[in-house]
Design a protein around this ligand. Sequence first.
Ligand SMILES: [Fe+2]
Ligand SMILES: [Fe+2]
Length: 232
Amino acid sequence: MRSRSTLVASHDREYRSFMTDRRLSALDRLIAQFDQALHTVLGPTPEAGRPSPETNQNDANLTVAERELAGRLMRVNHAGEICAQALYQGQAVTAKLPEVRGKMEQAAQEENDHLAWTEKRIRDLGTHPSYLNPLWYAGSFAIGALAGVLGDKWSLGFVAETEKQVVEHLNGHLQKLPSGDGKSRAILEQMREDEGRHATVAIESGAAELPRPVRQLMGCTSKIMTGTAYWL
Ligand SMILES: [Fe+2]
Ligand SMILES: [Fe+2]
């Protein structure tokens, strides 16, 4: 019998080859997309391609209050990773990105690792994922799909700006984390490195700089998400 993680990996592989099959109708894609959305938000934890950076790190001396704080912060980061999945999946539906598809797929795989690592971490800290994850997913998917429609340079510009803002956000969380939570810290540090690389790849692939009001709107939207996911 196949393990749960093998099933998740094979589902993701099937989804990717399905969505790149040009013979499919719009309805086929829509149904596949809906299946993938349910899978991301409600399905089992995805299989990480890389081991979690938390291994060999210590969190043994955390107080109850520190565990609660770390759990809330990591819930925000997990919700952010749900958004990242939705953004990439939304863009994949509408964007052409013929030359950078391979690189974007690598970024999507790394986002998968982030989702798996943060999900395990929030469970280990004794808390739950954000109850509003379906909402974050739907909103981010729509934004990603819209960016994809506008053309590759804007689509890449959107990725670059998102990842830059995520790096800034992670810097803030690294300061707020309890100093004894080496496990969460190691995860966020690896994520920060990956997100920075995703921004660089997008810029090198021809990203356009987004207009200032759009950047500000993105910042406001993510503040609403991070502020709410901290509590819910
Ligand atoms: Fe990520
Ligand atoms: Fe990223």
